[in-house]
Design a protein around this ligand. Structure first.
Ligand code: SF4
Ligand code: SF4
Length: 306
């Protein structure tokens, strides 16, 4: 593997990158949690523990697995206890842990034990990557995720999905009409306002059939982006803003295979996605690929915005 150099900083500030402001995030990339989660899964299954809390209380010594040293395994896993909790169903048939169906590439449901492990791994990895992405994004002084496309880009707008309770975080007009709720941003012909497509209007928050989103047309930016490229509501930023630009893709929700009555249906993907537009993904490509492989996942790098 080549050693990353910080001489070719994609944000155009090589001196800044040379100072390695990514150090804290890189340390987490070098110590992925999923190998430890796999070991804990095995210990819980084979040991005399009825709860994960009991097991964690016994993990007082450093552990080594998959060539990685974990100095304080219980402390590392404590913030992920809720995500790990479904594993307790292995010892408690009456557990009310939500059971999900995961289909393989042949549309066959995976065995329950395997599905449970994947469900837990996805939840832990999402939390782990939220911390890593936050550590890596700040030093980049980049606002790509918070602005609409530039004139050179082929996209007409960028869309930031919002939870219903997040719609009011943005001081923007809200378009919530029977016509908007009858379609989505990708519906053709496009939803029109005042005789023009929605993406030729100023930024706004729309209530679509699939839910709420903020639409940022060409040359616009999120109203919460400050003059120095920071987020004014960083601690309370929307859920989707917490997850750029390395994603857990162990499972994917299968919209077609489920109905509102059924338990959730997912597809097994076994991947980690990293978006190439992001400066830290470009600088840390090798570390991200190694992190994915140690986590038992295939790393996929792709471009989203061009
Ligand atoms: S809420 Fe903050 S992080 Fe999210 S798009 Fe706006 S400025 Fe960016
Ligand atoms: S592209 Fe990367 S560095 Fe830029 S704002 Fe998004 S997550 Fe942060």
């Amino acid at each position: 593997m080549k050693t990353n150099s910080y001489k070719e900083c994609p944000v155009g500030d090589a001196a800044f990158c040379d100072a390695d402001h990514f150090q804290a995030g890189r340390q987490l990339l070098q110590r992925p949690l999923l190998p430890l989660v796999r070991l804990v899964h095995l210990l819980f299954l084979t040991g005399p523990f009825t709860t994960l809390g009991e097991l964690l209380s016994q993990l007082t010594e450093p552990l080594e697995t998959a060539g990685i040293n974990y100095d304080r395994p219980a402390d590392l896993l404590a913030p992920h206890l809720t995500a790990l909790r479904p594993l307790e169903a292995l010892k408690d048939p009456a557990s009310e842990a939500k059971k999900i169906t995961i289909l393989d590439q042949h549309d066959h449901p995976l065995p329950a034990m395997e599905a449970l492990a994947m469900q837990v791994n996805q939840a832990v990895l999402e939390q782990e990557l939220e911390a890593i992405n936050s550590l890596l994004c700040g030093p980049c002084r980049c606002s790509l995720c918070c602005t609409g496309p530039t004139e050179e880009m082929r996209q007409l707008f960028f869309e930031i999905p919002l939870q219903p309770e997040e719609a009011n975080l943005m001081a923007l007009p809200q378009i919530d009409t029977p016509a908007s709720q009858a379609r989505d941003s990708a519906t053709e012909p496009p939803f029109e306002l005042h005789g023009r497509p929605f993406y030729q209007q100023p930024p706004a928050v729309y209530h679509w059939r699939a839910g709420w989103s903020m639409i940022l047309p060409h040359g616009s930016s999120c109203p919460q982006l400050d003059d120095r490229g920071g987020c004014r509501i960083y601690p309370a930023r929307p859920k989707v803003c917490r997850r750029p630009q390395i994603f857990a893709y162990i499972l994917e929700c299968d919209e077609e295979a489920q109905s509102s009555q059924d338990p959730p249906v997912y597809r097994a993907r076994h991947k980690l996605l990293a978006v190439w537009d992001c400066p830290y993904v470009q600088v840390l490509q090798d570390e991200i690929a190694a992190f994915a492989q140690l986590s038992g996942l295939e790393p996929i790098f792709r471009t989203n915005k061009n």
